[in-house]
Design a binder for this molecule. Structure first.
Ligand SMILES: Cc1ncc(COP(=O)(O)O)c(C=O)c1O
Length: 355
């Protein structure tokens, strides 16, 4: 069965085998070697200077890392502007509300790109925002939000950017050199090709220095401090860390994030062109889309359930549209151990179903 949903991904055999390593106590030096290797490799993936940046690991899914980032990095007297153009932007607003973090939102239709003019106007109107939160790749629609342009708006105003990179880290360009970017939250089981259970925040050390402590388990400042000392406050998902480290080694061997970007881009285009030829248009143009996932219109007269079940019978798990989009769209992710021949077989499956 090949997973074409946006994580967890189809594993390579190398990563799958890494789960079978020796049992490990998380208070032994071997575990801290593993933790250090994961942290070091996460920084070197984007050539980040460890004097400026820290990778902070945690046990939990991508949402844990996003929650940890938001709860810590908007300081005690800070204020957050959340950019919403899909499910995951809306989730950040819910997190901010639950922690009672002062915030406002810039709402967009799920099909829209962030409106930089409206964002700048809202920042300027209040004048007291310290942070902006945005989803890099909004997985709801497959849109890659323009991080660079948004970072420029933030930089001009001395506001810091908190990025949900859960479905982009490892496969899309992120300009960490831009001083506006304070942190990026992500997970092991999407573009990195690890297993669910480990997630992380890549954060500037200067941002950590001002971190608030609003949560116990996900306290980013405490996790960061203890991990710097080869320590951990709780029992981590040791096996997920094994897989993360092996996945990062494998990725480095294969040419890093740029090679992964190129691989995904080729698969995404193969799927887009093939589905367009079978009457299923991609909802966004390639230049607005991530290489990671794309959303397509359901064929006339075919429900998502029919399409899903028929493709599953042929060995492929596709993904529904979210919320109100579930009646119109389906999504295909090309993350994980997927090759061009797999997309050929998938397209063959579509041909049989829609004929
Ligand atoms: C952009 C984005 N943020 C957050 C999440 C939530 O991740 P998780 O389900 O691992 O908690 C997802 C999941 O697909 C995502 O795509």
């Amino acid at each position: 069965m090949l997973l074409l949903n946006p994580g967890p991904v189809t594993l390579t055999e190398r990563v799958r085998q890494s789960l079978l390593q020796t049992d490990l106590c998380h208070r032994e030096s071997e575990f801290f070697d593993l933790q250090e290797e994961a942290r070091t490799r996460l920084l070197s993936l984007y050539e980040l200077d460890p004097a400026e940046w820290q990778a902070v690991l945690m046990t939990g899914s991508g949402t844990a890392a996003v929650e940890s980032m938001i709860a810590a990095l908007v300081p005690e007297h800070g204020k957050l502007l959340v950019i919403e153009n899909g499910v995951y932007g809306e989730r950040i607003t819910q997190i901010a509300s639950q922690y009672r973090i002062p915030h406002e939102t810039v709402k967009h239709d799920w099909m829209e790109a962030p409106d930089l003019g409206r964002i700048a106007a809202q920042l300027d109107a209040a004048g007291d925002f310290t942070h902006v939160a945005v989803i890099h790749h909004e997985t709801t629609t497959g849109r890659l939000n323009d991080l660079q342009a948004l970072a420029a708006v933030c930089r001009e105003r001395g506001v810091r950017l908190l990025v949900d990179g859960v479905s982009s880290f490892g496969a899309e360009a992120i300009d960490f050199a831009d001083s506006a970017i304070a942190a990026v939250a992500a997970t092991a089981n999407k573009c990195l090709h690890g297993v669910p259970g480990a997630s992380f925040v890549v954060v500037r050390r200067e941002a950590l220095a001002q971190a608030a402590s609003r949560t116990y388990y996900l306290d980013l400042g405490r996790l960061a401090k203890l991990q710097e000392q080869r320590n951990t406050p709780f029992t981590p998902s040791v096996h997920a860390y094994y897989a993360l480290v092996e996945a990062l080694r494998e990725m480095a061997d294969a040419g890093g994030w740029r090679a992964r970007h190129a691989h995904y881009a080729a698969l995404a285009e193969q799927a887009r062109v093939g589905l367009a030829g079978r009457g299923m248009a991609c909802v966004l143009a390639p230049e607005q889309s991530s290489v990671v996932l794309r959303a397509y219109r359901l064929p006339n007269g075919v429900s998502y359930a029919q399409l899903h079940d028929a493709l599953k019978a042929r060995g492929f798990v596709i993904y529904a549209g979210q919320g109100g989009l579930s009646a119109e769209l389906f999504r295909i992710s090309t993350m994980g151990n997927i090759q061009p021949a797999d997309i050929d077989r998938l397209l063959q499956g579509f041909t049989e179903l829609t004929r």
